[in-house]
Design a protein around this ligand. Structure first.
Ligand SMILES: [Zn+2]
Length: 415
């Protein structure tokens, strides 16, 4: 199963916005840009909301049917490991093997020695086919890469073989993720990680490295854009080299996680994809649910009260809700509006504070991030929340489509 050049991970926490999301992909298709929608939901999300992986597949299927979508589409077992993969086997055909926790763990000394022996042929200078990108490789460097990453690669091999055993070879797409780790991977490290994955027999089609800078959920990139641009450029060269050298699938591409709202990176990413004729998987961070809350607020009346009530509860449970996301959010508590203040807002005020429009003075990234991790509160509202989604679907759906199309698909894929 081949992953197409362009694909996008779309999160839909409550499974109500599949069709509205697909409409954004239809708009891209109308401009001759084919993007494969990939419904992603992690085990963490399923546990928080109380859904099962098959629910994500059902939501995707119903959206595909409703919109008569004829292009490819996939369901991603997002950030799974050996302990969590079992329940995702049947409903998923895209697997994100999260091995970040194994980075830095020591592999067996024999395996390290084997790795160094296998890749010692690259000691010296390795150049990309166009000669523009050069990696300087030494034996101590290979040793270091093995010590830091080999265990993680071996873990990816174990998870991959478990899935392959259950689903059959070539029946699913493999992504390997290292983004939820502390230190970014350099292009040279990436080259040998890919080599090691090939050696381990993992037909990786997309890899999510940790880039430098911060990829906080639902807000813009925090970091040096010029440095990111250089890194992304080099990573794209490395991927092309890895395909040629290691026999990895030709569809191999980078996956950008927590990719929602990284507005300052989209232009450089788009230009570099053009330059390298490369594809990308942009995994959004499940901010579709924030469009739901904005739509409810704009609907006014009880729906606005429901939105304000969700915020009030999230505010009161700040530590509990933020803890699982500590490395991917940055909330200044003192800049959060008090719930009593929010209770007096109009729907317009609420939506303006929440929706990510950097030009709008009312936009509050702290408010947005807290609500983003506050989906647990909405989940606890049960049918009160989902019935409100259904009652106000006409107001919510255009926001969902607009967010994906105007803010994400256009700048990244269409340009
Ligand atoms: Zn990730």
């Amino acid at each position: 199963m081949k992953l197409e050049k362009y694909s996008m991970g779309i999160g839909d926490r409550f499974g109500h916005q599949g069709a509205a999301q697909l409409q954004a992909f239809e708009l891209a298709r109308a401009q001759q840009v084919d993007i494969t929608p990939v419904w992603n939901k992690s085990n963490r999300e399923h546990t928080t909301i109380g859904t099962k992986p098959e629910n994500a597949r059902q939501a995707a299927e119903s959206a595909v049917r409703q919109r008569k979508w004829t292009g490819p589409w996939l369901v991603d077992a997002d950030h799974i490991g050996l302990k969590t993969v079992a329940g995702f086997i049947a409903p998923c055909d895209f697997f994100t093997l999260d091995v970040a926790d194994f980075i830095g763990e020591a592999a067996d000394p024999d395996a390290i020695a084997e790795f160094v022996a296998v890749f010692s042929r690259y000691v010296g200078t390795v150049a990309s086919p166009d000669g523009k990108m050069k990696l300087e490789v030494t034996l101590p460097f290979l040793q270091e890469v093995a010590c830091r990453y080999l265990k993680a690669v071996q873990e990816a091999g174990k998870i991959y073989r478990f899935i392959e055993e259950a689903k059959g070879r070539g029946k699913f797409v493999t992504e390997v993720s290292m983004d939820e780790s502390l230190q970014p991977q350099t292009p040279a490290e990436l080259f040998f990680i890919l080599g090691a994955l090939a050696h381990e027999g993992v037909p990786v089609q997309t890899l999510a490295p940790k880039f430098s800078g911060r990829f906080n959920k639902g807000v813009d990139y925090v970091g040096d854009v010029a440095q990111f641009t250089r890194e992304f450029d080099a990573d794209l060269s490395v991927l092309a080299m890895a395909v040629a050298e290691f026999g990895l699938p030709a569809s191999l591409k980078l996956s950008v996680h927590s990719g929602s709202d990284k507005f300052s990176l989209y232009r450089p990413i788009h230009q570099l994809l053009r330059k390298h004729q490369a594809g990308v998987h942009l995994k959004t961070a499940g901010t579709t649910w924030l469009e739901e809350v904005a739509g409810l607020a704009l609907a006014g009346g009880d729906a606005l009260k429901l939105a304000a009530g969700i915020y009030e509860k999230a505010y009161g449970r700040f530590d509990e809700l933020c803890a699982p996301y500590a490395t991917v959010i940055e909330i200044h508590k003192s800049d959060l509006p008090a719930p009593q203040v929010v209770a007096g807002w109009t729907g317009q005020d609420f939506a303006a504070a929440l929706r990510h429009d950097p030009a709008n003075k009312l936009f509050n990234p702290n408010f947005r991030q807290l609500l983003h991790v506050g989906y647990k509160v909405a989940a606890e509202c049960g049918t009160v929340y989902t019935q409100a989604l259904e009652a106000h679907a006409d107001r919510i759906a255009p926001l969902v489509t607009d967010n994906l199309w105007n803010k994400h698909i256009q700048p990244v894929f269409v340009g």
